[in-house]
Design a protein around this ligand. Structure first.
Ligand code: AMP
Length: 161
């Protein structure tokens, strides 16, 4: 199954200098979300490609209630609703440590401490409420995201089994 990560797709568009990339970049560099329509369009276009015919994993999307509503409606219309939503639960302190480690590799311009702080604020304000929404739909699985990569991957596999 293809792993469809909107952040990766946006970063690719920025690198290629496409119109989408040019639009996304200023939001990303500020630690803000890219407009909902762009994120939803990107996912739907990707999900329609043949390699996603047997299934797909979304990563980093939906990030807002509006994205969730638009995606859920579009995927339901395609007869392919989300079957599971995996919530990786990681304490704030650990998140900050991980991003600080990633920042030393210099892969991302939005891993600067002040931008990270802002991204976490946006997450709490507009993304975290989705956890309860998906829990009440019965599709949410919340797993402990602290551990080695293998340990957490094992928990994800169990959650999807
Ligand atoms: P990520 O790689 O998931 O941390 O995403 C990096 C950045 O890309 C985010 O801070 C947003 O600016 C943008 N982004 C990724 N996914 C979305 C999304 N679903 N909706 C809006 N913006 C997004």
């Amino acid at each position: 199954m293809p792993h469809i990560a909107t952040g990766d797709l946006f970063r690719e568009a920025v690198e290629l200098g496409t119109p989408l990339g040019l639009q996304a970049q200023r939001h990303m560099d500020a630690g803000e979300l890219v407009p909902d329509e762009l994120a939803v369009e990107l996912v739907l276009e990707r999900v329609r490609r043949p390699d996603a015919a047997l299934g797909f994993v979304l990563d980093g999307v939906p990030r807002t209630v509006a994205q969730a509503e638009a995606l859920d409606a579009a995927l339901a219309a395609l007869g392919r609703p989300l079957q599971r939503v995996v919530h990786l639960d990681v304490p704030r302190k650990e998140i900050l440590e991980r991003i600080a480690r990633r920042a030393t590799l210099g892969h991302r311009t939005d891993d600067r401490a002040d931008v990270v702080e802002h991204r976490l604020g946006v997450y709490l304000a507009v993304t975290a409420p989705l956890i309860d929404d998906y829990r009440s739909n019965g599709v949410l699985v919340s797993i402990d995201g602290v551990g080695t990569v293998d340990e957490v991957a094992g928990r994800v596999e169990q959650a999807l089994a």
